[in-house]
Design a protein around this ligand. Structure first.
Ligand code: ZN
Length: 403
C-alpha cells in the first residue's frame, strides 16, 4: 500500500496492549508529535483499539508503521498508581460551572487570542491574573521569607541540557533562530519581504541557532545563579516567570497556551528543609483556592514525558511521589468536566545541586524543590467556577477585578 490521499483518512489500529483512560489521554496528547503525516491518534473507549487520523498527502503505510512504533512505547506506561489527595477545597458559590469561558472572555473584550497559543488580556482577566500573582507572592513571603527575583525569558541550550530537559521533553523545546551574519543572506531576506504579501522566512540554510531557547520551565534560570553557593540554612526564591512550551496542535485557549506565566517558588537546602517546604506549600495552595473560592485538589501526579522515555520516567516519578499536581475542575470545549492541571509541587532531590554545584551545610549537593502556579489556568478555572456575574465572586476578589 503506497497511496497518497487528498483528505484526512482514518485507519483502525489495534493497540499492542489494553490501556486505561489515563494512558489513553497521554497517547492522544502526545500523538501530535508522531509525524507531520499524522493529525492525531484517538484511543477508542474499549482501550484496545485506536483510530489513526492521517493528514492529506500522507503515505498511509509509513504513517501506520510510525504510529505503531509510537504506540508500542506508550502502552508500556504503568498507570493505576494510587492517587493520594492532599488538599481538597470546596467552593461556596452554588452557581453552575460556566461553559465556553474562552469565547466569553473574547466576546467581552477582556482577552485577545492570537490563535497560536498566545493571548493578550486586560480588564478583569488582567486584574485577576495580577491578584493571583500578588496573593501567592505575599503568602510565599510570609511563610518562607522568600527572596524576590527576576529571570530572563530566554535560556541557554547548555543550561537546558544540564537541567535534563532535552532528555525528557525534547518535543516541547523552542529554539531561537537568527539570520546568519552574512551580508548577502540578510539582504536576500530583506528584499524578499519588501514586496511580499505575507512574511517570508529566511531560507533554512540562512537561519542559524546559536543555542538560545525560550525557557520551558519556570525554575530552570534560577539554578545557574546558585552555583558555588553553600546553603547552611535553607533559602527560598520567588518570582513571576514567562514560560514557553511548544504544544503543536494541542493549543486551546487558556487551557493550553504556548506562552504563559508562572508564579514560581524554589526552595534550596538540605533534605529536611526541602521536605518541610513542600509540606508548608500545601496549606498555601489551600488558602489561595479558598481566597478565590474555587474547588481545588492537590494530588500525586506524573509529567507528560516524551514517548520513548515516558514509561520509565513516569514510573520513577509515581513510585517516588516527587510530583504533586494542583488540579482545578473546569469544563472541556464540549461542556464535560475535566481536571485542569494548574500547577505543581515538585521535589528534585539533589539533581540540580549536583548539576549546578551548590551545596548544603555538610558540603553535599543541596536539595531543591519548586512550586509553580500557572497563572492563566487559575484565571480560566476561576471564571469557569464563578462565571461572568460579579455577584457570584467572593467580595474581596470581586471588588478588585470588576471595579
Ligand atoms: Zn520548577
Amino acid at each position: 500500500m503506497n497511496m497518497h490521499m487528498k483528505d484526512f483518512t482514518e485507519i483502525a489500529l489495534e493497540l499492542p496492549r489494553e490501556v486505561d483512560r489515563e494512558v489513553a489521554g497521554d497517547i492522544e496528547k502526545e500523538s501530535v508529535f508522531v509525524s507531520p503525516m499524522i493529525d492525531r491518534i484517538i484511543v477508542n473507549s474499549d482501550g484496545k483499539t485506536a483510530r489513526l487520523v492521517t493528514r492529506p498527502g500522507a503515505d498511509l503505510q509509513v504513517a501506520t508503521d510510525k504510529a505503531l512504533r509510537f504506540l508500542a512505547v506508550m502502552v508500556r506506561q504503568v498507570s493505576g498508581f494510587e492517587i493520594k489527595v492532599f488538599v481538597d477545597t470546596k467552593r461556596k458559590d452554588t452557581g453552575p460551572y460556566q461553559i465556553g469561558v474562552n469565547d466569553g472572555l473574547v466576546e467581552r473584550g477582556w482577552m485577545h487570542d492570537y490563535g497560536k497559543g498566545q493571548v493578550a488580556y486586560s480588564g478583569p482577566v488582567l486584574k485577576l491574573a495580577q491578584l493571583i500573582n500578588e496573593k501567592s507572592g505575599q503568602l510565599y513571603h510570609a511563610a518562607f521569607n522568600a527572596i524576590d527575583g527576576h529571570y530572563p525569558a530566554m535560556i541557554d541550550a547548555d543550561t537546558l541540557h544540564k537541567c535534563g530537559y532535552f532528555d525528557s521533553h525534547p518535543n516541547a523545546v523552542t529554539f531561537v533562530g537568527n539570520v546568519v551574519e552574512d551580508f548577502d543572506a540578510i539582504e536576500e531576506f530583506r528584499l524578499a519581504n519588501s514586496c511580499s504579501e505575507g512574511a517570508l522566512m529566511p531560507k533554512q540554510e540562512h537561519i542559524h541557532h546559536d543555542g538560545m531557547c525560550l525557557n520551558p520551565a519556570a525554575c530552570f534560570p534560577c539554578y545557574p545563579t546558585l552555583t558555588g553557593q553553600k546553603f547552611v540554612e535553607g533559602q527560598c526564591y520567588t518570582w513571576l516567570g514567562r514560560v514557553f512550551r511548544y504544544e503543536s496542535r494541542n493549543i486551546n485557549g487558556l487551557d493550553r497556551l504556548y506562552e504563559f506565566n508562572v508564579r514560581e517558588l524554589v526552595f534550596v537546602g538540605d533534605e529536611d528543609y526541602v521536605r518541610s517546604c513542600r509540606a508548608k506549600a500545601l496549606p498555601i495552595v489551600e488558602e489561595l483556592a479558598s481566597f478565590i473560592d474555587i474547588d481545588c485538589q492537590v494530588q500525586t501526579a506524573t509529567d507528560p514525558f516524551f514517548a520513548t522515555v515516558s514509561a520509565a520516567k513516569k514510573f520513577w516519578q509515581a513510585a517516588q511521589e516527587v510530583k504533586n499536581e494542583i488540579k482545578i475542575p473546569a469544563l472541556g470545549n464540549d461542556g464535560s468536566q475535566k481536571m485542569l492541571a494548574c500547577g505543581s509541587i515538585n521535589l528534585h532531590g539533589n539533581f540540580f545541586g549536583k548539576r549546578f554545584d551548590f551545596t548544603c551545610a555538610n558540603g553535599e549537593p543541596a536539595q531543591t524543590g519548586c512550586v509553580g502556579l500557572g497563572i492563566e489556568r487559575w484565571v480560566l478555572a476561576a471564571f469557569t467556577q464563578h462565571g461572568f456575574e460579579p455577584a457570584r465572586w467572593p467580595e474581596a476578589v470581586r471588588n478588585r477585578i470588576f471595579s
